[in-house]
Design a protein. Structure first.
Length: 164
């Protein structure tokens, strides 16, 4: 592609004033803003989606965690198989208990709908929803180790990928 671009003619000055058409539209070479000069730099300064990834061995099992923050929700992927596994939507109810924390509703969207899946999901990402201002969390989990100790260790790995 670079070779093809070398054969393109250079931009011509607009109206004989020595300015390229884009620069004249922006107000001349001295009036370029950083965003207008390099849009990719402006987007990097204010990303639309923020994501962090971490690989760690949890109780002897290689584990990968990816957390992604969107404007309206958080996506957490926890895998010990290299697959997405079961997809669970964890939704904080607006009507909370007396302590001020909302109760969480879990719904399996894809995969096995078993009671242990709901328990694991709530234990893994309840703090994520709470710390993110009660945003819903979409959790993808494929776990070999579903013990309470394993879940607690996974929770710490998720916390280390904080993007909310």
């Amino acid at each position: 592609m670079a070779a093809a671009l070398r054969h393109l003619p250079a931009p011509r000055a607009a109206g004989g004033r020595g300015k390229a058409p884009l620069l004249s539209w922006l107000g001349g070479p001295g009036r370029r803003t950083a965003a207008a000069a390099r849009p990719e730099e402006a987007m990097a300064a204010n990303p639309i989606v923020t994501s962090k990834q971490r690989e760690e061995v949890v109780h002897g099992v290689p584990t990968e965690v990816v957390c992604t923050a969107f404007s309206n929700s958080i996506l957490v992927v926890v895998t010990q198989y290299g697959k997405l596994g079961t997809l669970v939507y964890v939704d904080p109810n607006t009507i909370g208990d007396n302590i001020g924390r909302p109760s969480l509703t879990t719904k399996v969207l894809l995969g096995k709908d078993e009671p242990l899946v709901h328990v694991c999901a709530k234990n893994l990402v309840a703090f994520v929803s709470q710390e993110a201002g009660n945003k819903p969390v979409l959790l993808a989990m494929a776990l070999k180790d579903k013990t309470m100790e394993g879940i607690q260790a996974l929770r710490e790995v998720i916390r280390s990928c904080q993007v909310w």
